[in-house]
Design a protein around this ligand. Structure first.
Ligand code: GLU
Length: 400
């Protein structure tokens, strides 16, 4: 349609959002679907956080706030970074946006000129390359495949850096693979980055609190303090505190960048919802006791799903360190035919046939830049996961 912009042509709808919506629609029509597409915790927002939001409404905290967040939340963010990551930021270096995506949007819009390159390891969260493309940058995709535990190797990173590289986007634990970098693995990447002072680092730490088997989380500015002046460390309350619908993402970084992002937000969304901000203050300052309990339950679900998927014919599922995703390979199913006569040529065919023939919704790997795989979100009940994995096993066994 001639009316639409050229930028729109560069992007596609978010595959994770599309898969979640499709499962929601089918369920509303009464179809028996188990949704493993949505990347959000099934747990409810804790009561102390809800109570803080209700109290904020009752106090009349219902007006515009400072564009980049209320002082109380910026202070809570600075305290969080100090307490949990050993990172010192002043409240003025902290910034709040209506979710993680707007943080990335603001940062990229504030810094990218046409032709600037952004290095993104694949598999990647679907929105990174599209945000970069939408804003006129050039995503440079580098492979972090299954043979290296879905972790980017330092030589691969180094080869991708050019004089035009502006950003390196780092995400650990990863959406979609759940892979998480140890301190030493990350140090090897930060050693490379140290040699290229023109490259900035955006560290997406959204899944920080979801890791298992004693894994110790690390973030680039902490592992290599010399990168502090060119690192934007981002996080949010969505995953750790089950607050996806409240839309609060936050970050901290060099003051000039934060000011530029604030200017952009002042001309776009203005402040994130005042009530959600007060809820986020309680999330960060209040009790953290439920986090390990919930993580323990995610770990049980991860183990269940990994074990059941590895018993499915043609699938191989590595055990990830964190997040609530697994990213199995379906290479062994490619080229086969379903009982209904559908030929599986790629992971999208696999995922579509699985939905239509067995009622299990997940997201195809091509959307995350590495095929043939698919992403399963195990943030749902053990009963639903068991039933879904049984269906997947039956589906895989039925392929000829
Ligand atoms: N991060 C979640 C996911 O990957 C939420 C949906 C989205 O924003 O992509 O499913």
């Amino acid at each position: 349609m001639a009316f639409l912009s050229d930028s729109l042509k560069r992007i596609k709808p978010s595959a994770t959002i599309a898969a979640t919506q499709k499962a929601r629609d089918l369920k509303a029509q009464g179809v028996d679907v188990i949704g493993l597409g949505a990347g959000e915790p099934d747990f409810d927002t804790p009561d102390n956080i809800k109570a803080a939001a209700i109290a904020a409404i009752q106090r009349g905290e219902t007006k515009y706030t400072a564009v980049g967040g209320i002082d109380e939340l910026k202070a809570a963010i600075a305290a969080k970074f100090r307490r949990e990551n050993g990172l010192t930021y002043t409240p003025a270096q902290c910034f709040v946006a209506p979710g993680g995506k707007p943080i990335i949007f603001n940062a990229m819009l504030a810094t990218l000129n046409p032709g600037d390159e952004v290095i993104i390891p694949a598999p990647y969260w679907v929105s990174y390359p599209d945000i970069v493309e939408l804003l006129g940058g050039t995503p440079v995709i580098v492979e972090a495949g299954m043979n290296t535990g879905f972790k980017l190797q330092p030589d691969v990173l180094e080869k991708a850096i050019t004089p035009k590289t502006k950003w390196f986007i780092f995400n650990s634990p990863s959406n979609p693979t759940g892979a998480a970098y140890t301190h030493d693995e990350l140090k090897k990447l930060t050693d490379v980055l140290l040699r290229y002072p023109h490259v900035w680092i955006l560290s997406d730490d959204m899944y920080e609190h979801l890791s298992y088997d004693g894994f110790k989380f690390a973030t680039p500015a902490q592992v290599e303090p010399k990168l502090y002046d060119r690192t934007l460390t981002m996080n949010g309350v969505s995953k750790a505190y089950s607050m996806t619908g409240w839309r609060i993402g936050y970050c901290a970084g060099p003051i000039e960048l934060i000011k530029a992002m604030t200017t952009i937000q002042s001309q776009s969304t203005s402040n994130p919802t005042s009530i959600s901000q007060w809820a986020a203050v309680e999330a960060l300052n209040g009790t953290q006791d439920f986090i390990p309990t919930r993580a323990a339950s995610f770990k049980e679900r991860r183990d269940l799903v990994v074990s059941m998927l590895n018993q499915a014919k043609g699938l191989k599922c590595p055990t990830p360190e964190g997040a609530f995703y697994v990213y199995p390979s379906c290479a062994g199913c490619i080229g086969k035919t379903t009982p209904k006569g559908r030929v599986i040529n790629n992971d999208q065919d696999f995922v579509e046939a699985l939905l239509e023939e067995e009622g299990v919704a997940c997201v195809h790997g091509q959307a995350f830049g590495l095929a043939p795989f698919f992403r399963i979100s195990y943030a749902t009940s053990t009963e639903a996961l068991t039933a879904a994995c049984e269906r997947i096993q039956r589906f895989c066994a039925s392929l000829r």
